[in-house]
Design a protein around this ligand. Structure first.
Ligand code: MN
Length: 205
């Protein structure tokens, strides 16, 4: 990923069929090559027209969108958020078989939620209760503790000291071809491909 404009859509670090049978090949291809690509293209077009922000990193664009001028604030939030959220989503999937959180992240998760099963229930409830399109996230708060949050559309929970660790995209384009309208089935399948090793690297212990 380029640090600044012009942003690129990096190839997935695995093949489109890597998440079978949990997330189907066609969904992975369309999701990365069309949906994410559109956010990258739209963001680049916005920055082409607003060169003052061409030196901003993706995280800076997300963080400073709220203080940008009217007319730029919302499209930057949607498109920089769309790029940021999808990059995190794709980077925290793996197709090598179900994992469980381990290491420092695993210990804290166990301490806060009681067990991985209990955490999965809480996270599932959060992901199911996103009304319309959005994401559920596991984040690390400024005090170091974990939290489960939800965002609508392409909003992100990123703030100056809150670190997103892993997220599930619950827009219908993330699951409709295989799971139709059954978001609960997709969430269950997502747990089988969640990359807890990467989430652990995103976690600052
Ligand atoms: Mn998506």
């Amino acid at each position: 990923m380029n640090e600044h404009y012009p942003f690129i859509n990096p190839p997935l670090p695995y093949s489109y069929d890597s998440m079978e049978p949990y997330i189907d090949t066609k969904t992975m291809e369309l999701h990365h090559d069309r949906h994410l690509q559109t956010y990258v293209d739209n963001l680049n077009q916005l920055l082409k027209e607003n060169p003052a922000y061409q030196g901003f990193s993706l995280e800076q664009l997300v963080l400073y969108a709220c203080s940008m001028p009217d007319g730029l604030r919302t499209p930057i939030r949607n498109n920089a958020g769309g790029v940021y959220n999808h990059l995190l989503y794709f980077s925290t999937l793996q197709g090598n078989g179900p994992q469980q959180p381990s290491g420092a992240l695993g210990s804290l998760l166990q301490k806060q939620y009681g067990s991985y099963n209990a955490f999965q229930q809480r996270f599932t409830e959060a992901a199911l209760s996103v009304f319309g399109s959005g994401y559920a996230w596991l984040v690390q708060k400024p005090d170091g503790s974990l939290d489960i949050t939800r965002t609508a559309n392409q909003n992100t929970p990123l703030s100056f000291q809150t670190r997103p660790l892993i997220c599930i995209d619950v827009w219908e384009h993330a699951y409709y071809l295989k799971h139709y309208n059954k978001r609960a089935d997709y969430i269950k399948d997502w747990f089988a491909v969640a990359d807890w090793e990467q989430a652990g690297k995103n976690f600052l212990s």
